[in-house]
Design a protein around this ligand. Structure first.
Ligand SMILES: Cc1cc2nc3c(=O)[nH]c(=O)nc-3n(C[C@H](O)[C@H](O)[C@H](O)COP(=O)(O)OP(=O)(O)OC[C@H]3O[C@@H](n4cnc5c(N)ncnc54)[C@H](O)[C@@H]3O)c2cc1C
Length: 279
């Protein structure tokens, strides 16, 4: 894609170099979206590569993923064996698109682009992640994953603010089992519903990260394994206008798919409990 409006290309080593942020500047991470779309409003690209924010760190608090971590690196990283929930991160990479894309695209780029089809957003919601945001003046604040995106392609980020890292607490990594369910109208098509189920066999807690079908990712939690009817009940308590309604799928259809994927996700994770399937 020829970005004909871009006149300047910056590669800062530190945020201090871009403190005078202008409204027609744009962060450049992996570039898989930026270079794939016309961006008439962009005059300056600010390449994040030399900021060196691509770490994957295991620490006493849990997992920290730098915003410019290339998605594919999550597939090869050796996570602690007990951190079963990291399977959901690997699913987010595999379910996104082709391997060509995930070799260049970053985790932060996926979250900040905030497409409804984001595979990472519902994973981060299910795993109770927090995002660290840096302001142009160097100050930082944290936001829960579930509060980051406000609508398709809209986040709480203000001009010049940048996602620095994603933190997943240890309490939502160890022993949690996960299932990733994605539905599209055709194979490899745009997702119209995504449900990431996280289940803790000891405590019986269940967390559903909902994406794809809704305007912004949602969290639905249960203190014990829900029945099919309980899932249906919660789904129908939520207003229909939280769902996307467009040519790929109407709101009621997406609502139904979300319910089905939740039922399938928890059925998969609890299959065999007490010698019987629950669904
Ligand atoms: C064939 C194809 C299929 C695709 N399929 C999907 C899909 O199924 N689901 C999906 O979600 N996306 C999809 N995409 C879109 C996109 O490639 C991915 O979302 C990718 O993960 C974006 O990451 P990136 O690092 O390349 O972001 P970039 O293209 O570099 O940036 C994306 C946007 O995020 C901003 N940004 C990036 N990093 C930060 C940061 N740290 N802080 C603040 N702002 C930031 C940029 O300014 C830009 O506006 C697809 C793209 C293609 C070409």
């Amino acid at each position: 894609m020829d970005l004909y409006s871009v006149k300047t290309y910056l590669r800062p080593k530190s945020l201090r170099e871009v403190q005078n942020w202008q409204t027609d500047w744009n962060w450049l991470a992996g570039g898989t979206w930026i270079f794939n779309e016309v961006q008439p409003q962009v005059r300056t690209l600010v390449d994040m590569q030399r900021l060196n924010w691509s770490e994957i760190e295991v620490n006493s608090g849990g997992l920290s993923i730098g915003a410019t971590c290339i998605q594919n690196e999550l597939l090869d990283f050796s996570f602690p064996e007990a951190w079963t929930a990291t399977n959901a991160l690997k699913d987010a990479v595999r379910e996104l698109a082709s391997f060509k894309l995930s070799h260049a695209a970053t985790v932060g780029g996926n979250l900040c682009l905030a497409l409804s089809a984001s595979t990472f957003a519902p994973v981060m919601v299910a795993l109770n992640a927090q995002y660290e945001i840096w302001q142009p003046n160097g100050e930082a604040y944290a936001v829960d994953a579930v509060d980051f995106q406000t609508a398709p392609q809209q986040t709480i980020l203000q001009p010049g603010e940048v996602l620095r890292r994603i933190k997943i607490p240890i309490g939502h990594l160890a022993q949690w089992q996960t299932s990733f369910k994605r539905m599209a109208v055709c194979t490899a098509g745009y997702a119209i519903a995504i449900v990431v189920t996280a289940y803790h066999p000891q405590t019986q807690q269940v967390r559903f990260g909902i994406g794809g079908s809704v305007k912004s990712p949602r969290l639905i939690e249960f203190d014990s394994v829900p029945t099919s009817e309980q899932i249906g009940g919660v789904i129908h308590e939520l207003p229909l206008n939280i769902y996307i309604d467009n040519e790929r799928g109407g709101a009621a259809y997406r609502q139904h798919l979300t319910q089905v994927l939740m039922q399938r996700g928890i059925a998969e994770l609890t299959a065999g409990i007490d010698g019987k399937r629950r669904y």
